[in-house]
Write a new protein. Sequence first.
Length: 510
Amino acid sequence: MDYGKVRVRFAPSPTGPLHIGGLRTALFNYLFAKKNNGDFILRIEDTDQARYVPGAEEYIIESLKWCNIKIDEGITVGGLYEPYRQSERKDIYRKYAKQLVENCDAYYAFDTPDDLEQMRIRLKAEKSSTQQYNSITRGSMKNSLSLTNKEVKQRLESGEPYVIRFKMPENEEVTVNDLIRGKVIVNTSELDDKVLFKSDGMPTYHLANIVDDHLMKISHVIRGEEWLPSTPLHVLLYKAFGWESEMPEFAHMPLTLKPDGKGKLSKRDGDRLGFPVFPLQWINPVTKEVFSGFRETGYFPEAFINILAFLGWNPGTEQEIFSLNELIKSFSLERIGKSGSRFDPEKAKWYNHQYLIKKSDDELAELFQSILKEKGIDADLNYIKNICALTKERVNFVSEFCDQSYFFFEAPTEYDPKVIKKRWKENTPDVLKDIIDILNKSEPFNVENTEKNVKDYILKNELNMGQVLNVLRLTLVGSAKGPALFNIMELLGKNEVITRIEAGLVNIIK
RNA sequence: GGUCCGUUCGUCUAGCCAGGUCAGGACGCCAGGUUUUCAUCCUGGUAACACGGGUUCGAAUCCCGUACGGACUACCA
């Protein structure tokens, strides 16, 4: 392997939206590339036309963009090794598959699906330990190793459908050197004669992957652990092509697991658990079913990638908040764990909160303003900014500003009966009338003045602080929750405050 | 079934490679404090080395076995 330049690829197949596990694979590839001044390449593995889903490719690109993962080369940006969509590289794979046949590392097979089914049934009946197409069974099947040259030629010329299978060597030990798992040794007698080239003229993943990684000079293959079992085949393919010395390094990442129960996270997990598994909202083009996304739920992309990075990786320090640049700086393959991890929605919210409170009030105000506009509420940006400043500690998402600040946009129409019961006393109306007078005289009408004046009044008349202030809050907000009372008053302004107290005096009846 | 991979608090994990820590942190949860309220915040608490054997003065750490979990076992990727 020549270490001239680090070049990694993210190679999803466009069979639907990318979920958080897939995006994490992309992120780790990106971090590794950038850490080593390398290239991040996006290749689309669309060799299975049956599973192709329209919109999926755009979704992948949009997701990477949202996460601020920049593509150095590949789909959308081009590069030296175009095309980057495998369906547009069919002829390349055919050529290499034929080369393998010529070198006797692969062979033509003419078996129909029914033939294969029969073989499996037969093997099962014989209580064979496996039902594989391999060195033991290939002799009794219809392929260029069992048939005469003449017959093979005839079948090929008559246009009979065929596949090309890898001729798996017998009883050979293959060593995969995995950067995360160490040495993994497999005996070829456990492996089967995998189809490399399908009868529809498309390669399978195994062939396309090896050919492209080699042609595109990929230095490190960082992918999910589900690929580990087929890596020995890939190693054998590199050998068969004579590319062994340029073989990339492999690193198989632990899987992302279902948050509940068992197994790896799947696209079907959708919104089943009450939180998204997709970065962006996805609408199934056929069923029109809507799956929510982290973006639409209100996650900041910086928080989202931070969460993703900590699924299976950690810096070894106690720092948990990392910007993309800090992640790049700290990233290393060695610090990726070996076991699968579950996504924790509670911790994800905490992460978003951390990013939210770090944002400037101006930025939050603009985000909140667009939500308000959707709801038909038109408010002054500066007013919104002050609200954000006052409530940002209390929310995890920008959308939650609504719940925390509805009373800034409309006077309460209902009053929490529990608070009325607990706080509304016989003298309350008189006290509130006094407070109206006091507030009327407070100039300027700000936190300092109103607080001092109201509290002086309470002390002078030997009233209960909690009693008075809660009931005052009730008239302004409708409940006993919310930010500091005098801050609310200052933002609302004198007129609105007095109007609301007067309304409270009329509407609250014990 | 077979092959391969894995297993530290409920969750994410540090510690393991180069044996000696009261097994550390974060989220969650619980309690207390601050606050006019709720939330935030602060303090404290809860809770884990899958099991069994070895090696060793000493094992979460090294070795073996078992259990459990997972992935793969398609003309899907």
